[in-house]
Design a protein around this ligand. Structure first.
Ligand code: GDD
Ligand code: MG
Length: 332
């Protein structure tokens, strides 16, 4: 059973709430602590997964190039859609080679889940499906599960009004399924897994795997920066210390620095990711931010709680607070 388990990971949507960053970089490839969101997401998959089918709905070339140049520890096959098929259609479109059971994952969530524990739970329960759930106060932007005393899911409502939410347990974006679920999806048409397929599967034994682990969906700038805090706070101490090489700069940990950066006379951190080839001018202060590949921050500037896109130039004496900034878009 263990050999050949596949995961289908969904990357699509336009990342509109992360514009202008997403004009150039898909949200799944925003770097946090040395690797993109997508690879943090892969890290939560059960170890039994031997191959990932990446259901790729947009910026296919960017995803493919990254994966080619930075191979993940297991093979990742990019499967494209001609038009956005939504989560259910994308799952079907990327289901080649799936049999027995498989893992379905949203490519925009980061978490401390041990996927093996969830897979073990799924098998112990002899479940048809098992969904990773976390608790949230405001559930209105998520899918929400209502369960019985054994955690069998009886109801599932996507993005409910507060009065219609069956609980505070939300779909955290990873689930394990019997491969039969693929047959429930009509071919070639856009269809939402959460709105149209999931509710129909509940006649079968589908369980919630309730978890207290750290978790975030990187859909907005605030959530990306929160995800960065969570990731840094949960890195093993040793890994935190090996990520900084910034001669002449003051680094307040945690900080992660890519190759070929310069930041002499500046103060970096805490909670900062610098991509590759980033230049920070003398006297500048960077805190709680992500500065992507090839960006340049001038001298005597302050960047706080912000995301600066790749190759973006910030002039001297700028004050950037709570912003997403990118160079002019060449597309859209
Ligand atoms: N390939 C492909 N094609 N992927 C898509 C498409 C598409 O047409 N539409 C969305 N996706 C991908 C997104 O890139 C993301 O990785 C995942 O599917 C979920 O889509 P989002 O647009 O991010 O949905 P959401 O965050 O509003 O809601 C989903 O995630 C929540 C948890 O973060 C739902 O699954 C909710 O039920 C869940 O609570
Ligand atoms: Mg999302």
């Amino acid at each position: 059973m263990t050999a050949g388990l596949k995961a289908i990971v969904l990357v699509g949507g336009f990342g509109t709430r992360l514009r202008p960053i997403t004009y150039h970089t898909p949200k799944h490839l925003i770097p946090i602590a040395g690797k993109p969101v997508l690879y943090h997401c892969f890290d939560a998959l059960p170890k039994a997964v031997t191959e990932i089918n990446l259901a790729c709905g947009y910026m296919v070339e960017e995803h493919s190039r990254y994966i080619r140049e930075h191979p993940y520890r297991i093979p990742v096959k990019v499967i494209t859609e001609e038009k956005p098929l939504l989560t259910g259609g994308a799952m079907l479109n990327a289901s080649e080679g799936v049999s027995g059971e498989f893992v379905l994952m949203n490519g925009d969530v980061i978490c401390g889940l041990d996927g093996d524990e969830m897979l073990e739970y799924h098998r112990r329960k002899k479940a048809y499906g098992t969904m990773f759930l976390v608790e949230q106060q405001d559930v209105t932007t998520y899918g929400v599960a209502g369960m019985d005393a054994e955690d069998r899911i009886e109801e599932f409502v996507e993005k409910p009004a507060p009065e219609d939410a069956p609980s505070h347990w939300i779909n955290a974006g990873m689930s394990v399924w019997n491969a039969d679920v693929i047959n429930a999806v009509p071919a070639g048409t856009p269809i939402s897994f959460e709105r149209e397929i999931m509710p129909k599967l509940l006649t079968k034994p589908v369980y919630g795997f309730k978890s207290k682990t750290w978790w975030e969906d990187v859909g907005t700038p605030e959530r990306v920066l929160h995800a960065q805090r969570l990731i840094f706070d949960n890195l093993p101490q040793k890994q935190r210390e090996t990520h900084v090489h910034l001669p002449g700069a003051k680094a307040a940990m945690p900080v992660c620095v890519g190759g070929g950066c310069s930041a002499e006379g500046s103060r970096i951190g805490p909670y900062v990711t610098l991509g590759n080839g980033v230049k920070i001018g003398k006297g500048s202060i960077i805190e709680d931010s992500i500065i992507m590949d090839g960006a340049e921050i001038g001298e005597d500037s302050i960047v706080v709680r912000s995301i600066v896109g790749d190759k973006t130039i910030i002039p001297n004496r700028s004050r950037i607070e709570g912003k997403c900034i990118a160079r002019e878009p060449e597309r859209y």
